[in-house]
Design a protein around this ligand. Structure first.
Ligand code: FDA
Length: 404
């Protein structure tokens, strides 16, 4: 090196899921890799994921149509990488490392032990690839090296490489190292960024309208939840959880990725039941209070919250007007409510939006700026809850590593 800078074939910035996997794969292909992360602790998001057991992939991902479980301005962008690196390939690696796992729900695979096993596995793979790893090490200015390629300033001196991989993730959970570095890098090199927003996030509700439900915190029940226009309607059949400030649980986290401010949600609290029919039958057969009949259809705490709001529900059901029962059925099966906002990046599992896929190659993740790659969550590809985001991290990292 004539200018005294240490030089590598590739520098990967961000040692999270995507960065670790990319560095390991590239290193094992003979690429001389430097992996840099500004955080004190390694792969914090993997550590806290899946309640400490890392839901590391999802067996239900259909490699022929993987885009079904992902959202982004171009939903088809993720297809190439995800179809070339299937969940089974990651599962094979987990098995090779002797990590025991189990399937929990809808194809979601979790470690039997702890998420630390996935981190240890990735670190072992990096060692096998001879990856040089600097952490904690902040990254300063990035520019051009006199000797060619990229020049990256760090407190340990400037380093250079012809290829630079940005794997710094999204904005979620800033307290464990998230930063907007990736978006700033994209902008520095003239790439477009789809405005980031919190996703897989609890939704909040405010004002007097929410008051009757605030007391339901802790109540969980299966629902069908929907949002979006007629053309782009999205729905999930999952559990919903009432919280002190609003709604959470898998149903709400999933729909939050598709929810846009100001749009209502429609919730069916008795999915699979013909509520109008059930109330009509009760009217013919029963003399109980409407509120009591309601409790046969939804949990009694929710029935009580509704009944408390409405004096008409205190009457015997056989005296109720058909119109009133129809309105009640509509309320149970098609409850419309508009969130006031989200819990934000502090509670969001992921960040939707990110580096615009129009400026990236879906084959290699290389940007329009030659030698500059973006992988993982920093890209405008967001997966469903359930291991899909890790699978995107592995698959995009793999596509990039093959090209380095
Ligand atoms: P990731 O965030 O993993 O890594 C980015 C790295 O870049 C970090 O190490 C960070 O320190 C570093 N970095 C940031 N800025 C930098 C800078 N300026 N300079 C140097 N380094 C910088 N997904 C899933 O599939 N299954 C699951 O079970 C869960 N569970 C889950 C729980 C919780 C609480 C959260 C917050 C998230 C999840 N996820 C998940 C989502 C998943 O964790 C996430 O999508 C991936 O970790 C994204 O991988 P990346 O490598 O892209 O970013």
């Amino acid at each position: 090196m004539s200018d005294g800078q240490k030089s590598f074939d590739a520098i990967v910035i961000g040692a999270g899921a995507a960065g670790l996997f990319c560095a390991a794969q590239a290193g094992q292909r003979g690429v001389k890799v430097l992996l840099v992360d500004h955080n004190e602790r390694i792969a914090e998001k993997i550590r806290i994921s899946g309640g400490g057991r890392a839901n590391f992939t999802n067996r239900d991902l259909d490699v022929r149509a993987p885009q079904r479980h992902f959202i982004g301005d171009n939903p088809h962008f993720c297809r190439s990488a995800l179809s070339r690196y299937a969940p089974q390939q990651f599962i094979d690696m987990v098995q090779r490392h002797g990590i025991a796992y189990h399937e929990k729900h809808k194809g979601q695979l979790f470690c039997d032990g702890s998420s630390q096993q996935i981190i240890d596995m990735l670190l072992a793979e990096c060692r096998a690839g001879g990856v040089e790893h600097w952490q904690p090490c902040s990254v300063g200015a990035i520019g051009w090296s006199d000797g060619g390629g990229y020049r990256v300033e760090t407190p340990r001196g400037a380093v250079r490489a012809p290829q630079l991989v940005i794997a710094t993730g999204g904005l979620s959970i800033p307290q464990i190292g998230a930063s907007d570095f990736g978006y700033r890098m994209a902008e520095q090199f003239g790439l477009r960024v789809v405005t980031p927003r919190p996703a897989l996030v609890p939704l909040t509700f405010g004002g007097e309208g929410w008051a009757p439900y605030a007391g339901l915190a802790g109540l969980s029940l299966p629902v069908q939840i929907e949002t979006g226009s007629k053309k782009e309607r999205m729905h999930f059949l999952e559990d919903l959880l009432f919280t002190h400030r609003g709604l959470s649980g898998p149903a709400v986290l999933q729909i939050s990725t598709y929810w846009r401010p100001g749009a209502p949600l429609t919730i069916d609290f008795a999915p699979g039941t013909d509520v109008a029919e059930a109330l009509g039958e009760a009217k013919r057969q029963s003399r109980k209070r409407i509120a009591n009949e309601l409790a046969a259809l939804v949990p009694s705490r929710l029935a009580d919250a509704w009944a408390g709001e409405d004096a008409a529900l205190q009457r015997p059901i056989n005296e109720a007007a058909d119109r009133a029962l129809a309105a009640l059925a509509e309320r149970i099966a098609r409850w419309q409510i508009t969130p006031s906002g989200t819990e934000g990046y502090k509670k969001a599992e992921v960040t939707a939006g990110g580096v615009d896929t129009r400026d990236l190659s879906s084959q290699t993740m290389e940007s329009k700026q030659p030698g500059l790659y973006f992988i993982g969550e920093v890209v405008d590809v967001t997966g469903w809850l359930g291991g899909y985001n890790f699978q995107w991290a592995w698959a995009s990292a793999h596509a990039c590593a093959e090209a380095l």
